[in-house]
Design a protein around this ligand. Sequence first.
Ligand code: SF4
Length: 320
Amino acid sequence: MAALKQAPVTAVELMDRAALRSVQGKPGMPAYLHELDDEVAALLVDARAADRETLDRDVRQIEQSLADMSVVMPVAFTYDPHEYQALWNIRKGLFPAVGAVRQTGTTVIIEDVAFPVPELATAVRQLQALFVKYGYHEALIFGHALEGNLHFVFTQDFSTQTEIQRYQGLMDDVCALVVDGYGGSLKAEHGTGRNMAPFVEMEWGSDAYQLMWEIKRLFDPENLLNPGVILNEDPEIHLKPLPAADEIVDKCIECGFCEMICPSWDLTLTPHQRIVSWREITRQNASDPAGERLKQLQDDFVYQGWIPVWLMVSVPPAVL
Ligand code: SF4
């Protein structure tokens, strides 16, 4: 990987065998995915240049960088847009592939950790061993290899204590592996959500953690800004499932991909925000049905939640 770091690449995406297996056989996926051994991993190497001559030269340099790497198939670059789009589709299809096959009532967990680049291969092996230890046989790993950034994805059932303990064991071991084992980072390119909030102190130490709280309380004394995200006083917040809210709403994995393309962005709520709000309404309804917070949420939802839906169903798409 160190050799590729010096090469003129724009992206190097790592996919483990479980990741490749999750998309093999799907439309547009290469047939050779079926034939790969259980131990392989794939690197998708992307290079770009302003002209063909430069690109040819860059590709030759990248091929030289890979010359000493042990490979199961010849290293091959393509200039055909259909072919390289198909290769990128493998990578981009990984996260949705897990969400698509999850059982109703389970949650898709995606995490985002970073290891030192020279130790990335060993770290992947150890991460895979933790998935085996805790029985997460469908868990897959992909990531941005040159940054040592790995995402791992799996589904989790929070409906039984046994399942919750299994998840707790995995998360404890994964965080210990990243922080104590490698001095890595529990968040690489994405923000710290409630799932990783209980481990912020472990990563940064008590002094830094207390300082973060002091700053948070200075700027947000009423805890209005993203309460519970990044900093959370509940050490088991990551073990609390999303409430079942509605057959359609429950399919949402809160990836946030709908935010940027939503026509109601800046007007009211996006689909993601509506879903999060509806989940909170459901949660409040179950825990404090006479509470002021529930009433406030329901009142706000009349405009923030329903108006864009009414608009979209009542205004012809051509007008929108
Ligand atoms: S509704 Fe939005 S946040 Fe939910 S799964 Fe679909 S794209 Fe992702």
